[in-house]
Design a protein around this ligand. Structure first.
Ligand SMILES: Cc1cc2nc3c(=O)[nH]c(=O)nc-3n(C[C@H](O)[C@H](O)[C@H](O)COP(=O)(O)OP(=O)(O)OC[C@H]3O[C@@H](n4cnc5c(N)ncnc54)[C@H](O)[C@@H]3O)c2cc1C
Length: 385
């Protein structure tokens, strides 16, 4: 039998996060967006709720929850504030997760507890200035010199890489390039390593108060034991991290779309035109009905992907489908929500204005919509170019 219910604990947890978002995040989201800096107090309060340790075992300071529980938190935060939602998603799913999944026991014990506690943040350095979709085209190199890796190169758009509490970035780097092809490995680079340079922040369309930087590595030396996973395993390991990341980005997109539905319903009741609330006009009510329907379907898609993963079944295609569909639903819902708000939708005091700017990246980050379609087509036995 199919069961669409969340567990009792998950429902309770959802209510706690919703209350937290209403009390702590909602009143400040617009100001934080205008200021464009990651609000460290809010990050600390999110850490106090245990959000950064959700999927990690208690032995490393986590609470041993599943991916769906993390997604519930991301969805709730994204209803109001996508910048903080991506901060959580990237910190847990991209920053800390590679250390948990591929790290040795020693690496886990050393690096995970402060990340799970939210006392530190980690970045995930895959994308380079020369390309993100073609991640195998990595140009950053790591060469062994005695018992140290010497890293040279750069990474672009790395979330959480330049905050006051960023402790490390895991990166992909070419560790051998010869006749037998390129070997890409992943390496932990602590942020206080000499030669680790954090560039200035970007002027982004949205996600204004999430932390995103370009990184440069100039003869950056880290101990040989900072190799994460097997030599040459970095590329496939990093790609498998993105399968889970896509489920979490789908949750973020669903949260944003739900925020647009909520704001639109409220506005459709309040705003009057031609002597009646605009929600009484079919043109407006049907827009909201379509937004709500697609948001619900997108939610079901990511819940199913998380359910497949929890059951130990293949979920790559479902994760890509959930990410593709829900990011496009979020962009559409934000566009329609602005339309429903008329001129006020174009004004920053109205949350849908920020949602509109925050939505577009969802079709780009952690694999563009084009790359999602390629992955899905491949899972269907096709080989699109
Ligand atoms: C705010 C923000 C935060 C980010 N955070 C991180 C992070 O923490 N870590 C990280 O590693 N990266 C991060 N990224 C990078 C992000 O994942 C990449 O931008 C994304 O994967 C796309 O790569 P690209 O920008 O190089 O675009 P490109 O790969 O250059 O793509 C350009 C266009 O070409 C299309 N395209 C490319 N190849 C094909 C193909 N084979 N067939 C059809 N179309 C194709 C793409 O779909 C896209 O439309 C972040 C980006 C942003 C903007």
């Amino acid at each position: 039998m199919v069961d669409f219910d969340l567990s009792e604990e998950q429902v309770e947890f959802q209510m706690v996060v919703r209350g937290f978002v209403d009390d702590v995040i909602r009143p400040h989201a617009e100001r934080w967006d205008a200021e464009g800096e990651l609000p460290m107090d809010a990050v600390k309060q999110m850490a106090g709720l245990g959000l950064f340790g959700l999927p990690f075992p208690e032995a490393y300071g986590g609470s041993g929850a599943d991916l769906l529980t993390l997604c519930i938190a991301i969805e709730e935060i994204a209803r109001i504030d996508s910048s903080l939602a991506i901060t959580l998603e990237a910190a847990v799913g991209l920053g800390a997760m590679p250390i948990y999944r591929f790290g040795t026991e020693e690496q886990r014990r050393r690096w995970l507890p402060p990340l799970a506690a939210g006392d530190a943040l980690a970045g995930y350095g895959l994308t380079e200035p020369g390309g993100g979709s073609d991640a195998a085209a990595t140009r950053t190199t790591a060469k062994l010199d005695g018992d140290e890796w010497v890293i040279n190169g750069s990474k672009s758009f790395i979330t959480n890489s330049g905050t006051p509490i960023t402790s490390l970035v895991t990166i992909t780097a070419v560790t051998r390039d010869g006749d037998r092809g390129k070997e890409i490995s992943s390496i932990i680079v602590p942020s206080d390593t000499p030669g680790f340079e954090v560039g200035g922040g970007y002027r982004k369309m949205g996600w204004h108060h999430s932390d995103t930087h370009e990184l440069a590595f100039n003869d950056c030396r880290v101990p040989q034991e900072n190799l994460l996973g097997e030599l040459g395993g970095g590329f496939s390991n990093f790609l498998s991290i993105l399968d889970d990341g896509r489920i979490a980005i789908s949750a973020l997109a669903v949260g944003l779309a739900q925020g647009c539905v909520d704001e639109s319903i409220k506005y459709a009741h309040e705003r009057e035109a031609f002597g009646r609330p605009i929600g009484e006009y079919q043109a407006v009510a049907f827009k909201i009905a379509d937004m709500a329907t697609k948001t619900e379907l997108a939610r079901t898609a990511y819940h199913k992907a998380a359910w497949l993963k929890a059951g130990g079944r293949p979920y790559k295609a479902q994760a890509a489908m959930a990410k593709l569909y829900s990011s496009e639903v979020a962009v559409e819902a934000a566009r329609e929500a602005v339309q429903i708000h008329g001129g006020y939708g174009y004004i920053e005091e109205f949350p849908v204005c920020r949602h509109y700017r925050d939505a577009k990246i969802l079709e780009i980050g952690e694999g563009t919509s084009e790359i999602m379609r390629i992955l899905i087509a491949r899972e269907l036995g096709l080989q699109p170019r």
